[in-house]
Design a protein around this ligand. Sequence first.
Ligand code: HXC
Length: 272
Amino acid sequence: MSASHPPGVSPFKSDILKGQVALVTGGGSGIGFEISCQLGLHGAAVAITGRRQPVLDSAVEAFCSEGINAIGIQGDVRKNQDCERWVEETCAKLGGLDILVNCAAGNFLASAEEISVNGFRTVMEIDTIGTFAMSRAAFPAMRQRGGGRVVNISATLHYGATWWQAHASAAKAAVDSLTRSLALEWGAFGVCVNGIAPGPTGGTAGLSKLAGVDASEDDVNALVASTVPLGKVGSKWDIAIAAVFLCSSAARHLTGDTLVVDGAAWMWREPA
Ligand code: HXC
């Protein structure tokens, strides 16, 4: 069956997020870049954050060349003051805040025996505490606007268990729990909180670094695709367009859920 919209071509109108302001942590590269771009191409003004100024600068330049109103704000999601400053600057420069995408993440492959306590803490601080700190910083601005959307980028590592990912699995399990807790508490203020759990996604650090094999990108993709029921590795666009959906009015009654966007990879098994 052929899709009515080819990959990369949005099925949504280009103005569905018009007038909205989005803040995307980790928006300068990888999945965060593509989410920022797609939110912008659907009408949102976008603030992106990250640790590396040159990465932010080149992302903002790329977004502006697409006609997107974008700014980059440097900082570290592990610093609570940076989270609060990002929200303040976004509101001051772009006029408010409607959408927060928590995409900043840290990860590496290591056995539980090899991960130092500080390494475990580092990933928890970026993924879990960073998601909480940013959500907490953003909530007053959303409440003031009468509502908003929070999208937490998660993973499927913790559905069951994943080798050499004890730290990231624990961090993302806690993120999913936060998605539900915040949805429960913030629903009354019109703030919907959802997650997206990407599976193997082409062109990301998650795939190239974490696949754990020394091979070309094409070979890694082919290897991973053979373990995906839909028969292919997902693209950054697949994740980004799910984020657009979650931020659109089509998802207005959807909160506390984590959408798995992985071609059913997490449930793949060898045929019996
Ligand atoms: C073991 C490691 C390590 C490694 C860091 N550490 N890298 N331990 N193996 N490869 C340990 C360090 O030894 C140190 O502990 C502690 O973590 C902090 O490391 P620093 O380098 O001082 O911290 P920092 O520079 O802040 O960066 C840490 C990091 C980094 C965020 C983890 O690796 C990074 O920037 N990664 C890029 C982001 C990334 O990969 N994103 C993709 C996420 S994909 P000690 O004890 O020595 O002090 C994702 C989805 C998963 O999350 C999907 C999987 C398929």
